[in-house]
Design a protein around this ligand. Structure first.
Ligand code: NAD
Length: 351
């Protein structure tokens, strides 16, 4: 028998979840949705879903095992606690909450519930991210010391509630949470400082462009940059390591690794070299034979891993891969991103 679930908040992202479940997971059955907006309720009904008239109806329905929360960010906490107290497993959209304190309240509710609480950090399964993770974990480059992770666009507007502070809008909580979750998912060290600059380039209330810089205890420097106002896009990933550099240009995963053939070959730069910008030794162009170009690692993705893990968890075979404690680490960093910007300096930490 299929596991019954309900959805709270049937907007753009809930439509994605609905498609994913309908097309791939007969083990899940969506019993119905609750939404405060008439248009969203109608959309759900047109797709054959029942509309609950209050969240309490979902809480009271003993057959519903799992609830997906896909509302704007400011109401994630209250629905999550309501669902857990009613004995439901919960998938919460990202960002899990507006800050670490709210998530701590949810974690307290999880402890008394015997149910799972997980966050839809689906970008842990992105191909570009898994390539960088593999480069790092398989040591395809030696001793990476700087990783730049950027998502840039030029839409110059934040869609709907994303522009409003009260709903938890802004890019730190939107794309930032994905990139920081990815970061903590493969760097096995603690973050010891956070320095961030947020901009409201066109949005009056919330950040629409930001750069956050994280220093890890092993010295690794990791930069997260989101731009909504960028007309010349930088690479999605740039990895600097002792013996080479990797670049992934975009979500199509075009890019390369360039490695030294012999890191000690320095004879070519003993004399001053004349470049278009004048004489230099330090920035002398490297002769081609001292480097080799490698392909990026091969990664296959299905797009179904997140929900496969949910189904396996409901079947008791495993537990959700995205853990509340992992989300809490990310939210603690997000709190410091906002604090660093407010105080206009870096913040030491041990996260
Ligand atoms: N994981 C991802 O890749 C990803 C992508 C997009 C959005 N999201 C997240 O999904 C969530 C929803 O985003 P969206 O783009 O679908 O927004 P949306 O505006 O398209 O949909 C939100 C829905 O929630 C409803 N809603 C608003 N307040 C409510 C309330 N108090 N109770 C019940 N329903 C309410 C709205 O009427 C709307 O139908 C957000 O947390 C967002 O950050 C995640």
């Amino acid at each position: 028998m299929a596991h019954k679930m309900a959805i709270i908040g049937y907007g753009g992202m809930a439509g994605y979840h609905h498609d994913m479940i309908q097309n791939n997971f007969p083990q899940l059955e969506i019993s119905g949705v609750y939404d405060v907006r008439e248009e969203s309720v109608q959309k759900a009904q047109e797709r054959g879903l029942k509309a609950f008239s209050a969240p309490d109806q979902i809480y009271a329905d003993k057959e519903i095992e799992l609830v997906l929360i896909a509302t704007p960010n400011d109401v994630h906490k209250s629905y999550a606690i309501g669902c857990l107290q009613a004995g439901k497993h919960v998938i919460c959209e990202k960002p899990v909450t507006l800050n670490a304190g709210e998530l701590e309240d949810i974690i307290a509710a999880v402890k008394n519930s015997g149910k799972f609480f997980t966050v839809h950090q689906n970008r842990r399964w992105d191909r570009d991210f898994l390539m960088v993770k593999k480069i790092f974990e398989d040591k395809l480059l030696q001793d990476p010391y700087m990783i730049e992770s950027r998502v840039q666009g030029s839409r110059q507007s934040l869609h709907g509630w994303r522009g409003w502070k009260q709903n938890g809008g802004g890019m730190v909580l939107d794309w930032g949470v994905h990139l920081m979750d990815q970061m903590l998912n493969f760097i096995p060290h603690k973050v010891v400082s956070v320095n961030a600059v947020l901009h409201k380039v066109f949005s009056p209330e919330v950040d629409d462009n930001f750069t956050a810089s994280f220093r890890f205890e092993n010295g690794l420097h990791y930069i997260v940059n989101i731009a909504m106002n960028c007309l010349i896009i930088q690479p999605r990933w740039h990895v600097s390591a002792y013996d080479g550099t990797a670049v992934i240009e975009n979500w199509d995963c075009k890019g390369k690794i360039v490695k030294l053939t012999d890191a000690k070959t320095m004879e070519w730069a003993e004399d001053i070299v004349y470049t278009a910008a004048g004489p230099t030794r330090s920035m002398a162009p490297r002769p081609k034979e001292t480097t080799q170009e490698l392909e990026l690692p091969h990664i296959e993705v299905t797009g179904r891993d997140y929900y496969q893990n949910i189904v396996d968890s409901l079947d008791g075979k495993t537990t959700p891969l995205v853990k509340p404690e992992q989300a809490l680490r990310v939210m603690k960093l997000i709190d410091l991103v906002f604090l660093s910007d407010k105080e206009k300096h870096g913040i030491a930490c041990n996260i």
